[in-house]
Write a protein that binds this ligand. Structure first.
Ligand code: S3P
Ligand code: PEP
Length: 431
């Protein structure tokens, strides 16, 4: 399905933020790895969180779902025999479950999205698992991947953090359940470091002990630990809300997003500070962010690795800022649902933005008087490209069409409903 985004000078209203994808996937997994019954309250409803639900159910967890919560009876360390798992297009779900699959004799992860997740690399996690007595069959580090485990061993493990933090998080979920104690050494410059803090937070809530050194290069994980059954409450999602806040920042607006905790460990919380640095009139108090956009944005320089999943939304805001913005240290955006530097910059240019790319940077020469629009945009299977281009489309001079915009449902199925509720002119069209 395609969507038409029409120029919309004003946005107004209040919405509840969607529930956090990263916390939902982690809580579901922690609940599945416990032996008793856990409750996850306000879980996210998206393709990625559904992928985790489906896979833990395949592996033996029993899930009962009502409107606002999921009650989960976990399988502990005993996975049901399952030949294949389908994680859809969810990178984190794949990586976390590749590690957990090491507890089983053989599981194959199928390649359901050859042009998106099918292209993403998992070599560094594979190398780490191979150190742990796990055999991995793969296509050049990519899907389909078969994990042959059964008796994974802890001890000294080395993992590279250069490409993704998800490999480290995956090992942090697995190692507490092993017989031996483990010592995980992270080599290279760990990317999306902040997200590892969310993993450690969830592990602690699940009663798991991990000793992490402050710069996250060494983790000591005692073995023979058991995940405790708990009640978890999912907070609002900053990465998805970043696009709503950016849309409010580029229009004349009065938009409030509720359920965004000031003290959240989500790195993408930084979108609030970045929009403020860009001169957006904004208040963040009592878990609500209120933006009163006035069309007067100024450029910003930002280390994007601190807020990986909000960079595209920030870039979309910078398209309309006075001056040149720079989002640096973002090379790992190239290994996401698409190449979020080259592919994204290509689509932004079609819409009329003046942008440049470097290996690990996106540079934006802002156009405070708006961009031409009138273009057809390729979504590249990427929800964050779709949301960011929507922000650009709202402030363009002519409508843009985003092809295959239904992929927004990977993380934020109700995104266009929320934009429409705020007065944004968006319309679904069939191809
Ligand atoms: O651990 C997680 O849940 C995630 C980690 C990040 O990935 P990288 O570590 O690959 O940057 C982030 O971009 C992704 O959306 C979710
Ligand atoms: C990159 C993302 O997710 P994942 O890596 O889990 O596919 C994302 O949500 O932007």
């Amino acid at each position: 399905m395609d969507i038409i985004v029409r120029p919309t000078p004003e946005l107004k209203g209040e919405i509840q933020a969607l529930s956090s994808k990263n916390y939902t996937t982690r809580y579901l997994l922690a609940a599945a790895l416990a032996e008793g019954t856990s409750i996850v309250r306000y879980p996210a409803h998206s393709q990625d969180s559904d992928a985790m639900r489906r896979c833990i159910a395949d592996l033996g967890a029993v899930l009962e779902e009502t409107d606002e919560q999921i009650v989960i009876t976990g399988f502990g360390g005993k996975l049901s025999p399952v030949k294949e798992l389908n994680v859809g297009n969810a990178g984190a779900v794949l990586r976390f479950l590749m590690a957990i699959a090491a507890l089983s004799p053989e599981i194959t992860f199928v390649n359901a999205y050859p042009d998106s997740l099918g292209k993403r690399p998992h070599d560094d996690l594979i190398t780490a698992l191979e150190q742990m007595n796990v055999q991995v069959e793969h296509k050049n580090g990519r899907l389909p991947i078969t994990i042959r485990g059964g008796q994974p061993k802890g001890g000294k493990i080395t993992v590279s953090g250069e490409v993704s933090s998800q490999y480290l998080s995956a090992l942090l979920f697995l190692t507490p359940m092993l017989e031996e104690d483990s010592e995980i050494t992270v080599t290279g410059d760990l990317k999306s470091k902040v997200v590892v803090g969310q993993t450690l937070e969830v592990l602690e809530q699940a009663g798991i002990q991990v000793e992490a050194d402050p710069d996250y290069t060494l983790f000591k994980v005692p073995g023979k630990q058991k995940y405790q059954a708990r009640t978890y409450v999912v907070q609002g999602d900053y990465p998805g809300s970043a696009a709503i806040l950016a849309a409010a920042a580029v229009t004349r607006s009065d938009v409030t997003v509720h359920r965004l905790e000031e003290r959240s460990k989500q790195g993408e919380r930084a979108v609030v500070d970045v929009l403020q640095m860009m001169n957006t009139p904004l208040r963040h108090e009592n878990g609500s962010v209120r933006v009163q956009g006035n069309h007067q944005l100024r450029a910003v320089e930002f280390d994007g690795d601190a807020a990986t999943d909000a960079v595209l939304a920030m870039v979309a805001a910078a398209v309309f800022a006075e001056g040149t913005s720079r989002f640096y240290n973002v090379e790992n955006l190239r290994y996401k649902e698409c190449d979020r530097i080259t592919d994204f910059v290509t689509e932004l240019r079609k819409a009329g933005a003046d942008v440049e790319e470097k290996r690990d940077e996106i540079i934006v020469h802002g156009k405070p008087f708006g961009v031409e629009g009138g273009a057809t945009i390729d979504a590249h299977y990427d929800h964050r490209v779709i949301m960011a281009l929507t922000v650009v489309g709202l402030r363009a001079r002519n409508p843009i069409i985003i092809k295959d915009a239904h992929h927004v449902a990977k993380s934020y199925p109700q995104f266009f409903e929320h934009i429409a509720a705020l007065g944004g002119s968006v319309e679904w069209v069939k191809e």
